[in-house]
Design a protein around this ligand. Structure first.
Ligand code: CA
Length: 232
């Protein structure tokens, strides 16, 4: 699945090489040469992942990593640090500043793509293409197909995204605001009521095979997708 990835790298040749590889893999690429440009881009659109060079003109990558972690809006965005530095202490500093992973230059595009996939799988599984199955409900992000115990289920695109998010975050309660941020994207102005409408449609789509019972309303909090339907 395509993700929006911000590349913060001041060396034009390296930035270009990374951007080309990411685009080729189907990702949307945002580019910045320094921390100021990166912050402007992040304000306009929250990326799904940030590739962040350590040594940048002006403020360093590590400064930005710390800032991202201390801000509510950017706290959970995965960050991979890129650097020529290879010492153990630098690695520790990077991880302590909140980076999810660390790649030492020079790296091969293949290694970079593998690391990105691993970080997304860990931090944002709804952005990967892995097939998921919960209690006989099977969701395939590549073909956009859904089935319940082998029976194909018709589902709208928004409900599909919502279900994908739920199935990759089992048992956790999400508020309507959190679901809007995660499924609709932040900076998208949709009323919270809209979430309820799509939850209703999602339940309807799952009804034919009884999987609608996995979608639980948690009073006063929001919604949760459980792996086990309570036995009556
Ligand atoms: Ca640099």
């Amino acid at each position: 699945m395509s993700s929006t990835i911000l590349v913060v790298e001041d060396e034009p040749a390296i930035q270009e090489l990374i951007a080309v590889n990411l685009s080729f893999a189907g990702h949307k690429v945002l580019r910045a040469f320094d921390v100021d440009q990166a912050e402007t881009l992040i304000r306009a659109e929250l990326p799904d992942l940030i590739l962040l060079d350590w040594m940048l003109p002006g403020a360093s990558g590590i400064t930005l990593a710390r800032k991202l972690r201390s801000d509510e809006r950017t706290r959970t965005v995965p960050v991979i640090m890129l650097t020529a530095k290879g010492s153990e202490q630098d690695k520790v500093d990077g991880l302590e500043a909140g980076a999810d992973d660390y790649i030492t230059k020079p790296f091969s595009p293949k290694e970079l793509m593998a690391r990105i996939k691993a970080v997304l799988r860990r931090r944002a599984p709804q952005l990967t293409d892995d097939m998921i199955e919960v209690d006989g409900l099977k969701l395939d992000p590549i073909s956009h197909r859904l089935s319940g115990r082998g029976q194909p289920l018709a589902i709208g695109p928004t409900e599909f995204r919502l279900l994908h998010f739920f199935m990759t975050h089992l048992e956790r309660v999400f508020s309507r605001t959190q679901l809007l941020d995660q499924v609709w994207g932040d900076h998208v102005f949709v009323e919270e009521r809209t979430v309820d409408v799509h939850i209703r449609r999602l339940r309807k789509a799952l009804e034919p095979t009884g999987h609608d019972l996995h979608v639980e309303t948690v009073r006063g909090s929001g919604y949760r997708f459980t792996s086990q339907i309570p036995k009556i």
